[in-house]
Design a protein around this ligand. Structure first.
Ligand SMILES: [Zn+2]
Length: 466
């Protein structure tokens, strides 16, 4: 393979074909169904489906078959089947649904306003995970241009990832024959520790999302007349939260949510910290002199990758401060987002949380829990020697640096499903979500020079498939 030629090909394909389609994609507020219950009526998903299908039809490799599936009431999936010239079956994965807007975008930026600045394309969904389909196709086209052999490749793009992939199990069954048994899974929806090398993700956390509604009255009343006698719904919610989380340390108090971290993952984390140093702390936009939960950097990384952690991500029943009267409010609803470590059973963990939150409720208040589809985490199987070599070669050729592996604190439900179903498959989980790229938050960006190099590495790894 001519490395320079491959790089030139991919760079110019990115500039002429991928960046323009991503600019169109960012403009469409295709929020995942959890954040847009009327998604079918609103039609943004259909628009994205059409945009992606048209682009893929125009740019797909010769001899490949493009199709989509959409069972009524479910989000669609796109499939691009590229026949191989050698034995083997590769599954490439990405998603085209998006996180909601989130607050805090800088004045000249916005979730649905694509802006190119210093080689970064800002806007919601470009990096997470809009580029995946287009980059996957680019990586195969660049091989074809040089007549390089590759196995059969199925590109699978879903539209419900940010909702926990509720529709994927259905399509896994429906398309079982087409998917076959993958030897290698390539997922372009993950993170990077910096923009200087090729990163692979070796584990992911799972996720349990739930709302907790605490009701104390049928309607709100004057707080002057009631507070003290009538217990506050917020105080009860706080008390319940303390049953699952130590508010002094952030430690999760439910045994079923903890796992024994494998020795080699501890070592891997120490290596990561030795490479990135203070960057593992500085990558976060700390306010003023705000300090992390621990000064031990290795422990800090483990806390966001291999330990459970709770975030309160939303609330109902609380008016905005500017419109808050002195009322004893009738209820408080909190939305809980619990990350769970790899190797923890999400179903058992869900039951354990339910038990803790319902077994002794203060004052017999009304507490309603609503659990979303829980997602398991994932821990990579041992990497085959050929793949270790292929990853090293790719990173050294296109980044001039050795690759590095990283545990990620986020969740990709499909990886857990695949890991369970295809225990012999190898995985390359990578992505462009590096420092400050801020997927899910404001000011999300796609680092274009990094994405180009990453696409080259994917081509290179596919060409080395054994
Ligand atoms: Zn994603």
């Amino acid at each position: 393979m001519n490395i320079k030629k491959l790089e030139n090909n991919i760079n110019s394909f990115w500039d002429s074909k991928i960046t323009p389609v991503l600019i169109d994609y960012i403009k469409i507020p295709n929020k995942s169904p959890s954040f847009d219950p009327d998604w079918e009526k609103n039609g943004h998903m259909e628009k994205v489906l059409n945009l992606a299908m048209k682009w893929a039809e125009d740019n797909k490799p010769d001899g490949s078959t493009l199709s989509y599936e959409q069972t009524p009431g479910k989000t669609p999936i796109i499939l691009l089947d590229i026949p191989g010239t050698v034995d083997g079956n590769i599954l490439m994965y990405g998603h085209l649904d998006k996180q909601p807007e989130m607050e805090g975008w800088k004045d000249d930026l916005g979730p649905w306003t694509p802006v190119m600045k210093d080689g970064k394309l800002y806007g919601r969904g470009g990096a997470d995970d809009g580029y995946a389909l287009f980059a996957s196709i680019s990586s195969v086209l660049a091989l074809k241009e040089q007549g390089i052999d590759h196995p059969r490749i199925l590109v699978l793009i879903e539209f419900s990832e940010e909702s926990g992939s509720p529709d994927l199990p259905h399509y896994m069954e429906l398309c079982a024959e087409k998917i076959g048994t993958p030897d290698l899974v390539i997922c372009l929806d993950s993170g990077a520790g910096d923009y200087k090398r090729f990163w692979t993700t070796t584990s992911l956390r799972g996720l349990i999302g739930l709302s907790m509604k605490v009701e104390v009255l049928r309607e709100g009343i004057h707080s002057g007349g009631a507070s003290g006698h009538v217990p506050s719904s917020f105080r009860i919610a706080r008390k319940l939260l303390s049953l699952i989380e130590d508010e002094n340390t952030g430690e999760i108090l439910v045994d079923e949510l903890h796992t024994n971290i494998p020795e080699h993952r501890l070592k891997e984390t120490a290596t990561l910290v030795s490479i990135l140093g203070n960057e593992v702390v500085q990558e976060f936009p700390w306010k003023n002199g705000m300090k992390p939960s621990t000064n031990d950097k290795v422990e800090g990384v483990l806390r966001r990758t291999w330990r459970p952690a709770l975030s309160i991500v939303g609330s109902d029943g609380l008016p905005p401060t500017a419109n808050a009267g002195n009322v004893l409010r009738p209820f408080t609803t909190l939305q809980l987002s619990m990350r769970i470590p790899p190797m923890v059973d999400a179903k058992k963990a869900t039951e354990a949380i339910k038990k803790k939150l319902t077994e002794s409720i203060p004052y017999e208040a009304s507490v309603k829990l609503h659990f979303e589809e829980a997602a398991d985490g994932w821990n990579a199987p041992e990497t085959s020697p050929w793949l270790i070599e292929a990853i090293e070669k790719a990173s050294e050729n296109y980044f001039d640096e050795k690759p590095c592996s990283i545990s990620e604190g986020g969740t990709i439900p499909f990886m857990a499903m695949l890991g369970e179903r295809f225990p012999d498959a190898q995985f390359v989980i990578t992505g462009v979500l590096g420092p400050q790229s801020n997927a899910h938050g404001p000011n999300e960006f796609l680092h274009i020079p990094f994405a180009k190099k990453l696409t080259c590495c994917i081509s290179s790894i596919i060409s080395d498939f054994k």
